[in-house]
Design a protein around this ligand. Structure first.
Ligand code: TXA
Ligand code: MG
Length: 321
């Protein structure tokens, strides 16, 4: 006998307080951020956290980042006294930067997968911060998709993956940035290490700190978002450096996503803005749409220039893996 799941409630943007109340009662609430929608649960409630893993189909032990309404309560979460952490939080929070730091004993193993570190972030999104402020504590927030799938940038995307598996989604409209936060690790005396590129550029972090950031993406740590075949639609994704070779690929079971600006798109073709930020904002919705056509292959031509290109290529390479 299949167990009947209760329907997922959809909260309007003025219902952040109701969302906070549901979190307080151990519920799962997807919420908007500037990057992608997160799947929220009380970071101090291990039963609720276990439900997050179950709803996403995420392997246990894969650590979760904690979302806070501001940086006033950092000492609750981290033992770090590193001046680089306060420089980064002052410069980039609220914003699309997750900082991995040594955790306090108050942080549950369920959040960190038993690691001695915790990822912290203050999202730059009014509705998210209203919810977090009303909740008053830390909220875990992995992207609100089934494990390995493309992250959601609208409430509809969340429901497509998780309807009936979570208590509610707080609908804040489309996410402005469109791909997940930059992740850096700040531990001990060592250099600041990049684990995932995002909208907060490495160059801006280096400017802020006056030191170089090391690329940790091939190291052992590491953000499990680095797993190959992450961020994947069902179709095969092929990444092209330019649209010169596109003609060869115009088969009936192939979709194309490319920067096209105001051009008119052809059959099974999605044109995104030519600027890197606009392309990033629309990319995940385009991948989901192309996938809904049940094509065999999605060919993506990425923009070549701009601060978001590294993050765009990172996600597309994972989708293509
Ligand atoms: O933009 C974002 O960061 C979104 C929104 C919702 O805030 N969240 C997000 O969460 O992308 P998630 O769980 O899908 O990706 C966070 C990544 C995961 O790959 C996780 O393994 C890694 O961060 N991570 C979290 N805590 C970590 C830790 N202590 N050490 C190393 N990696 C960590
Ligand atoms: Mg994710």
């Amino acid at each position: 006998m299949t167990k009947q799941r209760p329907a997922t409630a959809v909260f309007g943007q003025e219902e952040a307080t109701a969302a906070a109340e549901l979190l307080r009662n151990g519920g799962l609430v997807a919420f908007p951020t500037e990057t992608v929608y997160g799947l929220g649960a009380d970071a101090c409630n291990e039963v609720a956290i276990a439900k997050v893993y179950e709803a996403k189909g995420r392997p246990v032990g894969h650590p979760l980042i904690v979302h806070l309404s501001d940086s006033s309560d950092l000492a609750r979460w981290t033992t770090s006294q590193d001046v680089r952490v306060s420089k980064l939080t002052t410069a980039f929070w609220p914003g699309p930067l997750t900082i991995i730091v040594p955790r306090t004993d108050l942080v549950s193993d369920a959040v960190t997968g038993g690691r001695p570190t915790v990822g912290l972030r203050v999202p730059d999104h009014d509705i998210a911060r209203s919810m977090l402020g009303a909740f008053g504590g830390g909220v875990v927030g992995p992207s609100a998709n089934r494990f390995g799938h493309v992250s959601p940038t609208t409430a509809e995307h969340v429901l497509a993956d998780l309807s009936g598996r979570i208590d509610a989604v707080l609908d804040g409209g489309p996410c402005h940035v469109g791909i997940e936060s930059t992740i850096v690790e700040v531990l001990g005396e060592g250099p600041v290490t990049l684990l995932r590129p995002g909208a907060t550029s490495v160059a801006s972090i280096e400017d802020c700190l006056g030191e170089l950031v090391v690329d940790g993406r091939s190291g052992p740590s590491r953000a499990a978002g680095m797993l190959a075949s992450h961020y994947s639609p069902n179709a095969i994704v092929r990444l092209l450096g330019s649209d010169v070779v596109l003609g060869e690929r115009a088969a009936p079971d192939v979709a194309t996503i490319r920067p096209g600006g105001t051009e008119v798109g052809g059959h099974r073709e999605i044109l995104l803005p030519v600027d890197d930020a606009g392309f990033a904002r629309g990319l995940y919705a385009a991948l989901r749409e192309a996938d809904s056509w049940n094509v065999r292959e999605i060919v993506v031509v990425a923009p070549q220039e701009g601060p978001m290109v590294e993050a765009i290529l990172d996600r597309l390479q994972k989708a293509a893996a």
